[in-house]
Design a binder for this molecule. Structure first.
Ligand SMILES: NC(=O)c1ccc[n+]([C@@H]2O[C@H](COP(=O)([O-])OP(=O)(O)OC[C@H]3O[C@@H](n4cnc5c(N)ncnc54)[C@H](O)[C@@H]3O)[C@@H](O)[C@H]2O)c1
Length: 253
């Protein structure tokens, strides 16, 4: 019997689920009846998210380093075993930034951000989508990647971050074209400044500059991005494929 919940019977895997936007996505999906695999490099943070979900026993918290293929494979296998099925909803929310001018940026700092934000999105998407297709479960499947307004406009002091997010947009559109006819839809969101731990280190001075060119004059809340992500995961967005949707409070520059 149907519970009337939109995601009843669905399994979702959320990377970066231990914090910020990813945590909020896990909470909304769980309220909607999905069983959620909360994946994060920080297992404690993933477990903290799990504890906030309705009926935590229906979900699982796992350690996953998105930049490491073996770790991604292990967490996917554990998800399949413990939630008794393959995730058909995927959110790639794991991400990092490292502040530096591009003139001074080390090769290591550049590659660290590329490995997590861009390669990580590729690795998780590839393993999960292949698992979906192998099980003939593509109907209604949906992947949402998290790019950034920085990927479209660039961001001083974060050139490698902006470059990876531009890459995530192009990757999203390419995967969307390849997969649309299988039934798997792929889309991405471009958040502006969102109040999460990632933003905690931004100085008040820089934040003031950012908010001067924001139509609403405030930063966003993680839920305000998560609601859009969950819409893109749902059948309500069935005609959206390869879309890159801004959620910024109105960027005026
Ligand atoms: N907060 C913003 O203003 C903003 C704006 C635009 C885009 N984004 C993007 O949104 C996504 C979520 O960011 P957030 O603001 O919620 O940040 P956050 O720091 O609150 O959460 C990111 C999570 O990713 C996890 N993580 C980091 N490296 C990982 C790895 N290698 N493997 C698995 N997990 C890893 C962290 O442990 C953390 O729990 C990121 O991709 C970020 O780039 C954020």
């Amino acid at each position: 019997m149907s519970s009337g919940k939109e995601f009843h019977g669905k399994i979702a895997l959320v990377t970066g689920g231990g914090s910020g936007i990813g945590r909020s996505v896990c909470q909304i999906l769980a309220r909607g009846g999905a069983r959620v695999s909360v994946c994060d490099i920080n297992l404690k943070a993933a477990q903290e998210t799990l504890a906030t979900l309705q009926q935590p026993g229906d979900h699982v918290a796992l350690q996953m380093n998105v930049a490491d293929k073996a770790s991604v494979r292990e967490a996917l296998t554990a998800t399949q075993g413990r939630l008794e099925g393959t995730p058909t909803l995927l959110v790639n929310s794991a991400g990092i930034g490292r502040r530096s001018t591009f003139l001074e940026m080390s090769e290591e700092a550049f590659m660290e951000v590329v490995d997590v934000n861009l390669k990580g999105t590729f690795l998780v998407s590839q393993l999960v989508c292949n698992a979906i297709l192998e099980r003939d479960a593509a109907k209604g499947a949906s992947v949402v990647n998290i790019a950034s307004l920085a990927g479209k406009n660039g961001l001083a002091m974060h050139s490698q971050y902006a470059a990876t997010k531009g890459g995530v947009m192009a990757f999203t559109k390419s995967c969307a074209k390849e997969l649309a006819k299988t039934g798997i839809r792929v889309n991405c969101v471009l958040p502006g400044a969102i109040r999460t731990p990632m933003m905690a280190n931004v100085s008040a001075e820089i934040m003031n500059e950012v908010l001067k060119i924001n139509a609403l004059g405030r930063s966003g809340e993680p839920e305000e991005v998560a609601e859009l992500i969950v819409f893109l995961l749902s059948e309500k967005s069935s005609y959206m494929v390869g879309a890159c949707v801004e959620v910024t409070g109105g960027h005026m520059a």
